[in-house]
Design a protein around this ligand. Structure first.
Ligand code: HEC
Ligand code: HEC
Length: 291
């Protein structure tokens, strides 16, 4: 539910804000299975309780299957097709957080809020998608636990397998990259600034891009600036004078304009070949190279 807080659309945010205040007045019932500690901070309504019941690590095959396809679509480039780690994301089957996750209570917030400063994007996915992803990740973890060895590592030669011309065509065409970038403009020499996996990481998810946020506090006086902080509870910005302001999200309305979201949207569309071709192309953009 809190995913709504990272949505851009104002009307939804208003709904989310009133919804949040509604649930904060619910009695703090604990329906978690015996043996798990209640955590009032992550009490959420019935959907999560249903998940909690399923979290004894056996999930309906159809749910796992739909989680698999969502994972391949949104997560696999970074975390690997089997969730065992990829070129830029950690192995989720060995993650402490995943081990401690109970029906999505830990994984859900990470997926919804991301860790923008650490290369993990925020995803705006439905409850159903998150539930399916959680089922898939736990199933992968259970499988990895029962298996020994055979773990495949990152293969840097993957970065060399793409086709430059195909990458260029994708850049200018289907990928839509040329709408915002130019090989002779902002991306000139990009391959001299970043190499290999670092370049791939920048391409998949540029973490330093600044988002703009506009906040309307209860006083009604709107204020805009650079998004400086955001989690489930707090939104903060730096105004033009460089001054930091923050509010509890439940007290304000806000809209975020994040140009870099184009990159997150694109994550769901790339094939492996697209990525390898793009990498091949971007790696030709060296300082002083003729375009
Ligand atoms: C652009 C690359 C990228 C994509 C795409 C991505 N992740 Fe991540 N993810 C990361 C990185 C990098 C981290 C580690 C962040 C850190 O160091 O705290 C991470 C961390 C996580 C963690 C926390 C692991 C831990 O032990 O703390 C979870 C859970 C997770 N990702 C799930 C997902 C899911 C589910 C998806 C798809 C919906 C996804 N990620 C998509 C890069 C990515
Ligand atoms: C809607 C606009 C938009 C689209 C479309 C877009 N990007 Fe970006 N891209 C950005 C923004 C904004 C940044 C962050 C700028 C920065 O960090 O300097 C960025 C950053 C990057 C960077 C890192 C640049 C740097 O200097 O660190 C790379 C590489 C990149 N994009 C590649 C691509 C590729 C490849 C595509 C197409 C698949 C693409 N982008 C599509 C807006 C866009």
């Amino acid at each position: 539910m809190r995913s709504l807080l990272v949505l851009k659309r104002k009307n939804v945010l208003v709904a989310a804000a009133s919804f949040l205040s509604a649930i904060s007045t619910l009695p703090a019932q604990n329906t978690a299975p015996a043996g798990t500690k209640p955590n009032p901070a992550i009490q959420t309504p019935s959907t999560t309780r249903e998940q909690a019941k399923q979290s004894s690590q056996s999930y309906p095959p159809a749910l796992v299957e739909s989680g698999n396809s969502a994972f391949q679509q949104h997560c696999a480039f970074c975390h690997g097709r089997d969730a065992e780690g990829g070129e830029t994301g950690p192995d989720l089957t060995r993650s402490q957080l995943v081990t401690e996750d109970n029906g999505g209570d830990k994984i859900g917030p990470v997926v919804r809020n991301g860790r923008p400063d650490k290369g993990m994007p925020a995803f705006n996915l439905s409850d159903q998608d998150i539930r399916a992803l959680v089922a898939f990740i736990h199933t992968q973890r259970a499988m990895a636990e029962t298996r020994k060895g055979g773990r495949r590592g990152v293969d840097p030669s993957d970065l060399q397998t793409g086709n430059v011309e195909a990458g260029k065509a994708y850049f200018n065409g289907a990928g839509g990259c040329a709408k915002c970038h130019s090989p002779s403009g902002d991306l000139t020499g990009i391959a001299s600034r970043y190499q290999g996996l670092q370049l791939e990481e920048r391409m998949l998810y540029p973490r330093n891009a600044k988002s703009k946020v506009t906040v309307t506090p209860p006083s009604g006086q709107t204020i805009s600036g650079e998004l400086a902080y955001q989690d489930e509870f707090t939104i903060g910005l730096k105004d033009q004078g460089g001054q930091y302001h923050s509010w509890p999200v439940k007290n304000v309305k806000f809209t975020i304009d994040a140009p870099v979201e184009a990159h997150v949207d694109q994550l769901g569309k790339y094939t492996d070949a697209d990525i390898h071709n793009l990498m091949a192309y971007l790696q030709t953009l060296k300082q002083g190279a003729a375009q």
